[in-house]
Write a protein that binds this ligand. Structure first.
Ligand code: NAI
Ligand code: 3PY
Length: 319
């Protein structure tokens, strides 16, 4: 029997500026630069393998795609795919693991250091000519903190949580973890989420978005945090109630926040966090993963996943 030709469709090719090698099996490949939610089913018609970075593939799409056998997610997070509908239909969903273990933690610490040392406020002062008017050699008008000796709280202790903890220790921070099961590591203090929020100086989120974690940080949780504490979110926007965070930042009930993700991306103009123009809030456009090296590793792993599926030995299956 001749081998079946796989029909591969990449829904958002422009979201991965890296070289994607052709898979080593008979196939037809179609790229779309970007795809709107309403176009998904039509574009995947006849596809056996779908590739998506962030385009949603929902139950209603899956119901219209009898040929679909695999969804290769070009990311770690699979919250854009209806995993239950895929399970029901026997569609294999794979993700990319451990590709950004340098890029994301370094992005977290870029934000933590910038916020703790008030770099945005100082750079704005220099841009506004305030240093030139200073009566002494330095201009000191915003508080600066050190990381050494402070508490780093990590929520979700998987691949990225571990790496962020390692960097935290290198900065002399004491690592506290809120995870689903206690961590047996001598230099980690296990805590319930409430205690972690109450006692940590920096809180960094590293867990997937799902029905259990959606909006897990809302007004009551933010109210537990120290007025000097920083909240860092490079995981998923839906983990945090954005209106409640905007209010906490405006009222100064937390020290600051560094976010790389929002509940909807690209964000709607009325996203409450877009309106927070304060130096103690930093927002980056979902690029923590996007060092050139991490993106190329991801692209290579993506094709590994597709090849493994076609060989009958799926890799990184989710759900
Ligand atoms: N901003 C960016 O560019 C990137 C964002 N991400 C996000 O980071 C997330 C984490 O990535 P990894 O660490 O690689 O994933 P991972 O699967 O290695 O770790 C996730 C951890 O969260 C834990 N967890 C799940 N539910 C929990 C709960 N309710 N309470 C406490 N812990 C819980 C899991 O047990 C696991 O240890 C991804 O799901 C993705 O959404 C990942 C890569 C890049
Ligand atoms: O890998 C992920 O989950 C990301 O968010 C990067 O796209």
């Amino acid at each position: 029997m001749p081998p079946q030709i796989q029909n591969i469709v990449f829904l958002d090719r422009d979201s991965l500026p890296a070289s994607v090698r052709p898979p080593k099996f008979a196939h037809q490949w179609r790229d779309y630069a970007a795809t709107q939610a309403a176009e998904v089913a039509e574009r995947l018609l006849g596809a056996t393998i779908a590739i998506t970075n962030k385009v949603p593939v929902r139950a209603a799409d899956i119901a219209r795609l009898p040929d679909l056998k695999m969804i290769a997610v070009a990311a770690t997070g699979t919250d854009n795919v209806d995993l239950a509908a895929c399970r029901e239909r026997g569609i294999v969903v794979s993700n990319i693991r451990n590709y950004s273990l340098v890029s994301v933690p370094e992005h977290c610490f870029a934000m933590i250091l910038a916020l703790r040392r008030n770099l945005r406020a100082y750079c704005a002062d220099v841009d506004a000519g305030l240093w030139q008017q200073s009566k002494q050699f330095c201009l000191f008008d915003h508080p600066i903190g050190d990381l050494a000796g402070s508490r780093l709280g990590i929520v979700g202790y998987g691949a990225l949580g571990h790496k962020v903890a390692q960097l935290g220790r290198a900065f002399g921070m004491h690592v506290c973890v809120a995870s689903r099961s206690p961590v047996a590591e001598p230099d980690v203090t296990n805590m319930a989420l409430d205690e972690l929020l109450r006692t940590c100086d920096v809180v960094s989120l590293h867990l997937p978005l799902n029905d259990q974690t959606r909006n897990m940080i809302g007004a009551p949780e933010l109210a537990l945090m120290k007025p000097t504490a920083l909240l860092i979110n490079t995981a998923r926007g839906g983990l945090v109630d954005e209106a409640a965070l905007a209010q906490a930042l405006r009222q100064g009930t937390i020290g600051g926040a560094g976010f790389d993700v929002l509940s909807r991306e690209p964000p709607a103009p009325d996203n409450p966090l877009l309106g927070v123009r304060q130096p103690n809030f930093m927002l980056t456009p979902h690029v923590a993963w996007a060092s050139a090296g991490a993106m190329q590793t991801l692209a290579d792993m993506l094709v590994d996943n597709v090849e493994a599926f076609v060989a009958g030995t799926p890799l990184n299956a989710v759900g």
